[in-house]
Ligand binder design. Structure first.
Ligand SMILES: NC(=O)CC[C@H](N)C(=O)O
Length: 390
């Protein structure tokens, strides 16, 4: 494995197969263990690493320069307060660039440190990415010690012993503790985030690690948004008189999360209230309908993935972050495949013909990424009928 020579290695990455990459540690110090994936986005590193769907994962950025945007509180994607755990580690090619953006309130390195993200720069990220493409996403251990005391054999053993992502339920660690209202709307250039209207359809979001921009775009589309913990019983959700329900993104294996969520989702599907699933939510709705999810070899993580929207005939360039996929062939007969990945043909969306259920695998809220799929929110909220207040 090629490596960039380091004058003073203060960080290292070991993969489960025993490969080791050394470099300069930054961000938090300590050891993080997780599944290693690569992300091809060129911007939005703060949004990516604060997305709770990345819980239990270490992200290798293929874009070599990281840090010039710095960090700020408006770009956080964890929607819980205090922020819930997201990515545990970060790998990049070049040393972190100092912030050079008017929105930065702190350096990216300082943000990584306060968020507890163990980070490593100076790594040959091309070699690492090629390795993931050829052999899949390995379990890994990444260490940062400012004094350079890193036990490589110990790191290798930790990576080898790490439990793989299959069968892991991680949403419980990132969902919010209590239900609450959300009224922050999408960011705009002139005034930053706004506040939502107090009328409009009531949308209840099941939080399995929801990204803030999903909530913001629902508000911007005119919804009154309530967010509930992922394990809220269906009866309590229905008591909120939702006009629409959103099943959020989230980390881990959808089959493991579904073990407690599927009965709730089935009751909600039977209620005939319109439902929108996003990413983990898409996968869990497929499971609730009798479908199957599979582990992908390298997953999709980036901000420039082409997806064909069969409903409009158009190609949307979207943000992606998933390591599991819905087996399109396993969807029930009354499901129409609405979206497909143009990279590998995997299922990226479906809707039912007999019930108001629709779901997408990609991240229509972007953050980071293009806005091609924002219409998912305006269409969904626009289709909801406002019920009388309970
Ligand atoms: N972004 C997400 O919701 C990810 C879903 C799931 N954890 C996966 O990796 O496939």
């Amino acid at each position: 494995m090629s490596q960039i020579s380091q004058p003073n290695p203060t960080g290292a990455l070991a993969l489960a197969d025993g490969s080791v990459f050394v470099g300069q540690g930054c961000g938090a110090s300590g050891i993080a263990i997780g599944e290693l994936c690569f992300n091809t986005a060129m911007t939005g590193q703060q949004e990516i690493l604060s997305d709770p769907s990345y819980a239990g994962q270490v992200v290798c950025f293929t874009f070599p320069h990281v840090g010039n945007v710095g960090a700020n509180s408006e770009d956080e994607e964890s929607a819980s307060a205090p922020a819930r755990h997201a990515a545990v580690g970060m790998i990049s090619r070049a040393p972190l660039t100092p912030p050079a953006n008017y929105r930065a309130t702190e350096s990216f390195g300082e943000w990584l440190r306060t968020r507890g993200i163990i980070s490593l720069t100076g790594v040959d990220t091309r070699a690492l990415t090629r390795r993931i493409r050829e052999h899949g996403m390995p379990m890994c251990a990444v260490a940062h010690d400012p004094a350079g005391n890193i036990d490589i054999e110990d790191l290798k053993a930790s990576a080898r012993a790490a439990a793989t992502m299959e069968g892991r339920e991680l949403a419980a660690a990132v969902t919010r503790e209590a239900a609450g209202e959300w009224d922050e709307s999408a960011w705009n250039w002139d005034s930053g985030h706004g506040r939502g209207a107090t009328t409009g359809p009531r949308v209840v979001v099941l939080d399995y690690g929801v990204k803030a921009n999903i909530l913001r775009l629902l508000v911007s589309a005119g919804a009154r948004v309530a967010v509930v913990p992922g394990n809220t019983p269906a009866a309590d959700i229905l008591k909120l008189s939702p006009d629409g329900i959103v099943v959020s993104n989230g980390p881990g294996d959808p089959a493991a999360t579904g073990a407690y969520a599927l009965p709730t989702l089935r009751t909600l599907i039977d209620s005939n209230i319109p439902i929108l699933g996003i990413c983990l939510g898409h996968q869990m709705l497929a499971l609730a309908l009798g479908g199957r999810t599979v582990k992908m070899p390298q997953g999709h993580h980036g901000a420039n993935h082409p997806v064909k929207n069969h409903e409009t005939g158009q190609v949307e360039i979207v943000s992606m972050n998933h390591g599991f996929a819905v087996d399109g062939a396993s969807l029930p007969e009354d499901a129409v495949e609405t979206h497909v990945s143009l990279f590998d043909g995997s299922n990226c969306g479906f809707r039912l013909t007999g019930k108001p259920v629709e779901a997408v695998q990609h991240h229509p809220e972007a953050s980071p990424g293009p806005q091609d799929s924002f219409g998912v929110f305006t269409r969904f909220v626009g289709s909801l009928k406002v019920s009388e207040p309970a």
